[in-house]
Design a protein around this ligand. Sequence first.
Ligand code: ACO
Length: 319
Amino acid sequence: MTYSRILGTGSYLPDTVMTNAMLAERIETSDEWIVSRTGIRARHIAAEDQKTSDLAYIAAQRALESAGLQASDIDLIILATTTPDMVFPSTASILQEKLGIPGVPAFDVQAVCAGFVYALATANGYIKSGMAKNVLVVGAEVMSRLLDWDDRRTCVLFGDGAGAVVVGPSEEPGILHAKLAADGRYRDILKTEAQIAGGEVDGTPFLYMDGPAVFKFAVKALSDIAEKTLAEAGVQQDSVDWLVPHQANVRIIEATAKHLQLSMDKVIVTLPEQGNTSAASIPLAFDHAVRNGQIQRGQTVLMEGIGGGFAWGALLLRY
Ligand code: ACO
């Protein structure tokens, strides 16, 4: 049987850093409030001329390099984003053109902050079924473009960035199990509802969030799906070497780690310097931990993500 495994990782953060102190000069907030409620200290903001595909391109190149592969070795691109370059074509198609690999199938996945887990689970299915060999999976976002910079309840939370992995076939597992879920009944607690209609933007184009409702939903949903993923894979909690959670709020991360009886020194946390980068947050954290030597080959890693939709998922892998 063919399994899939991660062959290489890469990521990219834009140069401009916006600290809490910089935000406090513009709106009524403070470093103390933001750090104590969220754990966030700073976030990276894309330059005006940088689009999601530009961030994705750099992360993808770094992932290819770390996998020891060329772009021409890739036979499928799956890109998770909430902030596509345009309504269509897909950002994955634009990335494919930048990578210079015409003909390779490419599509976007929209599951907001759960997008990367959805995309990686999809890549796993393609490889296991023999429909693809080497898949480039990217999570890339310019969340800064969806923010109302006068709304202190949301603008302090998000940042921009991209992360990527190359996944390929393997005799040994690899990706052990993935579990996805969605519940559209909760779509109104976290959304950007605007659409383009009749040549105009119809509805508010800014991110809206009912913070306390999202917090409550996220802790329960993530705890449940992580537990079920481990049970279905037949893996004990204490066999997990690393938890790589979606980086939205350190209190959500701590609560889910506690539920899984994982101490925080087994949890990858990049949130303080990056904020919530939506679909990019898990691959950014994963690449960070691989490059600094925390996550090593052969170790067991649990990824978990949740976002608007609501959509959520967990994925267990042996790196
Ligand atoms: N600075 C100062 N005060 C603020 C700020 C700010 N940046 N933002 C809100 N406040 C104020 C509010 O106006 C309110 O004041 P009021 O009582 O006078 O009206 C007070 O702080 C409390 O507001 P709450 O929204 O109740 O604050 P809470 O403690 O719930 O923290 C937060 C807000 C951090 C958003 C929290 O609810 C949370 O983390 N929710 C999870 C949502 C999340 O992580 N979303 C990320 C995207 S979703 C995802 O990725 C899963």
